[in-house]
Each structure stands twice: as structure tokens, then as C-alpha cells.
Design a protein around this ligand. Sequence first.
Ligand code: SAH
Length: 249
Amino acid sequence: MKLKKHLGQHLLVASKVLTRIGELINPSEGEVLVEVGPGTGNLTKEVLKYPFKELHLVEIDAQMVEKLKELTADPRVRIHRQDATRFDFCSLGKELKVFGNLPYNVASFIVENTVLSHACVPQAFYMLQKEVAEKLQKGPSWLSTFVRSFYRVEYLMSLPARFFLPQPRVQSGLVRLVRLENLPQLDLLDYKGFLTELYSMRRKALKNKLPQEVLLLEGIDPMRRVETLSPEEVLLLYNRSKNIRGEQR
Ligand code: SAH
């Protein structure tokens, strides 16, 4: 099969690693699983060895979908030929365990879409470009703060390029997102807008980004830079900004 570079098709082929990832995902009785970008199904086959209720495969490429059809011999498997950057995960269930060796060119959009669906995704395991995985865990970036407002990000392992076919030019990293106990209640798209704005030119001092009043009320030094803020502080600033905007209306 000819693999498509523009769809980020780099198949995970190292059997020991596939086994290990299966163990980490650890599907169990009654769970509804979702795999993003299953490709030829290498990881899927590993996961099929476990007990669970349903496995939904979200794959954009028709050729891959054809290949995956053989896996529907297992009645728990359903295929969705869909774009995972826009797919409505919550249409599949209320408590989903999502996983995938993501197409790296659109991985951040898939992570973003996961956050938008956090109400029905308590856990996700994603293989990402190592650099992206590390930045997601530590920041600073709008996406990292967006993710960490709802999930704890655990860095599970690094993988060298030789475990993939064809080899990507970058190293890979596996992360686990574990949803937080106390979730902020907010308008996700409005919050995203606030973050993308805040993190543009993140070396600027906060006083150039937010009203003085907001910073003073939260006791945050106006000379600090955006990149020094923790996700908790960003949430405080967001809520405070919203309240002030609300009062001014
Ligand atoms: N999980 C497989 C393949 C990973 S490669 C393995 O580990 O071997 C990434 C896969 O994501 C490819 O199958 C590619 O076709 C698919 N893909 C690319 N863009 C996608 C998108 N927007 N939505 C869903 N799948 C996508």
C-alpha cells in the first residue's frame, strides 16, 4: 500500500511497543473506545485482544477504511470515515476512552477537538511529535493551557523514529490526558478566543495584554509575562476579565 504523506501516515510497526501501548490503554469490560487515525489497524489489533464494549474507528482515508473493514468481523468494531479534527466524539457515548497514533500535521487540531469534547472524554492516549507532546505538558502555549484547564497531561514515553514506517523526521512521545476532578464551567469557544489572544506575543508583559484592574484584583504582577502564568492563574484572569466585561455592558 502506498502511504500518503499529506495525511501523516506513519504506521507504528514495532510489536513490543504496540503491546506496551495496549497495556497502557488497558481497555476493560464495558468501556467504549475510540481510535483516531487507525490506519492499517496495527494498534487496533492489539486493542482487540482486550475486553470492552465498543470500539469506534475514526479514519479519514478511504483506502485505509477499506483495509479496516476486515476488522469488523469483530462485532464490537464500528468504522466512521470522518475527519477527527471536526468529529463530534460525544455522538458516540458519554464516557469515552480515546486513543491514537495521530497524524502529526493535524495532531494539535485533534487535541483541541478533544478538549471541546471533554464532557464525554475522561481519558485520552495520544502519540504526538515529541516536541508537541512535551510542550503540551509544560507550555507555554495557548493549546497547552487550554488542555491543562481540563486535563492533567502525563508524558508516558518517547519513541524513536525507527519504530514507524515510513520513519518520520521527528521523534515521538506518548501522552495520557486525564480529566480533572473539578472542571471549569465556561464557554469553550470564548475561552479559546481569550487564550489565543493572550498567548499571541507571549513575551509581552501582562499589563500590555489585560486591563490593570483585572491583574490587581487577582493579585498578579502586571510586569509578569504571559508565559509565566499557570493554567490556574489564566483561568482566574479569564473569569475576572469576563466579569468586568459583563459589568461594563
Ligand atoms: N494508528 C496507525 C496509523 C497512524 S498514521 C498506526 O499506528 O499504525 C495516522 C492515521 O491518521 C492515518 O491512517 C491517516 O490516514 C489518518 N488521518 C489523517 N488525517 C486524519 C483526520 N483528519 N481524521 C482522521 N484520520 C486522519
